[in-house]
Design a protein. Structure first.
Length: 495
């Protein structure tokens, strides 16, 4: 029988069937973790040396070899091999090709189970940080848009029916609030992601004198995992990330939907520059908002990724199962999709042409100031429920006679209720209506300006948090080919 020469082949006499090898291999997608795998391996090698499980010469050889592999990856000269199954064995195999037998000592006290758990957490920390910064750019741009249009009146809607006057700035600030919550969630998720699992082994830890705290310190994790079984079988970091991305995509999709609606001839509130529109191969007059439509549609890919991983994980016994290899493809695709959508938003917003006159004209119909009239009666001492009924009768009369609220005479108003007087007509002024709605978070231009300032401060604080808890210096050095930071001192390990 042919000998099985894979990393786990000692117990096997026959080689793995090619069809099994092809299905079992994950290198086609987990190669995305290559920098994280190298960073984790360097941190592990430094720890092994510190506890006398690796000689200084071997550690230096391993570290130099891993840095050389990272350089090849960065210059697109590294050859990923399917016969080496996954990113871990590709790195270890390439290291053995480069430095020989010393490479075999790198896996001391380590399993691919805790190795992939570490790589995934490092990757997530990086991607969540980058996405947070990209979303911060969108938030700051939206704040600028809101400030620039804080006094532009438009109809506010409920049930897609015109409801009350607001301003365009106020409407945009609603999305600022959503995206600020999204950044908060990214940060909160990143905190739970940044927990160090290496040292958990395949499921039962290790009898070797490993220093898990030291590895955590090298990789700038503030915590280590509590339980080895959970550490290797936990995919909460991926699930939580997909949950956060799904909520973010809900917000992006809702905004995109409004852009599509506002861009219709029926609404005509906005138009997008030709550079962000497409035409029809048949109808010469068409100008289609394809990018907002794609933003709306791509949300389904991210939702699907979350559902796929929930389905994979829901019935798995502890600890690791090969089913869990299905975590990466949907996760990677969802993150790529979310970042692509967030990344195009700034240019899309810059291409949007607002039509203030069309917005203002839309305020003339629909009895949007009916609530202001009810409030006018409340200020005269009329109970709100009674005022609601009075204005409802007035609206019904207007609808039957095709007249707006401002087209009734005082005498006709008093036939509806004798408490109407000349000040009624002041309640029908759009600008006055808006200026009175100055409660915190309201649509008054002054309130929008205040909300924008507060949002800017909040966004700045979130940006500082993103910068403070991102990838380690070791990872950053590998990405750019810089000199690696020195190993952490043994007497300053994390606790």
């Amino acid at each position: 029988m042919a000998e099985n020469n894979s990393a786990w082949g000692g117990r096997f006499e026959a080689k793995t069937a090619k069809i099994v090898e092809a299905m079992n291999a994950s290198i086609a997608f987990d190669r995305a973790l290559v920098y994280e795998d190298i960073a984790g391996s360097i941190a592990h090698a430094r720890m092994l040396e510190s506890v006398s499980l690796l000689s200084a010469d071997d550690r230096v050889a391993i570290e130099d070899g891993l840095v050389a592999i990272a350089n090849e990856v960065r210059t697109n000269t590294f050859q990923f091999r399917i016969d080496r199954e996954d990113v871990h064995m590709n790195v270890e195999g390439a290291l053995a090709d480069r430095i020989g037998q010393a490479a075999g000592r790198l896996h001391t006290g380590r399993s691919r189970n805790d190795q992939v758990a570490l790589d995934l957490r490092l990757w997530l920390r990086r991607e969540l940080t980058i996405l947070g910064h990209e979303l911060s750019e969108v938030v700051n741009l939206l704040i600028d848009v809101a400030q620039d249009h804080a006094a532009v009146p438009m109809p506010g809607y409920t049930h897609m029916q015109r409801a009350q006057p607001i301003t365009f700035g106020h409407h945009i600030m609603a999305y600022v609030a959503m995206f600020l919550r999204d950044i908060d969630r990214l940060l909160d998720c990143r905190t739970r992601v940044a927990v160090m699992p290496l040292g958990s082994g395949a499921l039962a830890g290790s009898p070797l004198p490993l220093d898990r705290q030291r590895v955590a310190k090298e990789l700038e994790f503030s915590e280590i995992t509590l339980n080895s079984l959970d550490a290797v079988s936990d995919r909460d970091p991926a699930l939580e990330t997909l949950s956060v991305l799904s909520i973010l995509m809900v917000h992006i999709s809702r905004m995109a939907e409004e852009f599509v609606i506002w861009n219709t001839q029926e609404f005509g509130f906005v138009e997008f520059a030709d550079t962000f529109s497409t035409g029809s191969s048949l109808m010469p007059q068409k100008k289609n908002p394809d990018i907002p439509e794609l933003l709306r549609g791509k949300s389904g890919r991210v939702f699907g990724a979350l559902q796929a991983l929930l389905t994979v994980m829901k019935g798995l016994p502890l600890a690791y199962n090969k089913d869990m290899q299905e975590d990466k493809e949907p996760l990677f695709d969802a993150m790529k999709t979310a970042r692509q959508c967030v990344g195009i938003l700034p240019e899309l917003l810059k291409s949007m042409i607002l039509k203030p006159k069309r917005l203002k004209d839309a305020l003339r119909d629909g009895y949007l100031l009916a609530t202001d009239v009810a409030d006018y009666l409340v200020n005269k001492g009329v109970p709100f429920r009674e005022a609601h009924g009075i204005v409802g009768r007035l609206v019904a009369l207007g609808l039957s006679e095709k007249r707006r609220l401002g087209e009734f005479s005082l005498e006709e108003l008093r036939e509806v209720d004798e408490r109407f007087d000349e000040s009624y007509f002041e309640a029908l002024d759009i600008e006055r209506s808006l200026s009175r709605r100055k409660l915190h978070g309201g649509p008054a231009p002054s309130a929008v300006a205040t909300s924008a300032r507060l949002a800017w401060r909040h966004a700045a604080g979130l940006t500082r948090q993103l910068e403070a808890g991102g990838p380690s210096a070791l990872e950053r050095a590998l990405w750019i080919g810089a000199e690696l930071p020195a190993p952490v001192p043994s007497d300053k390990a994390a606790t």
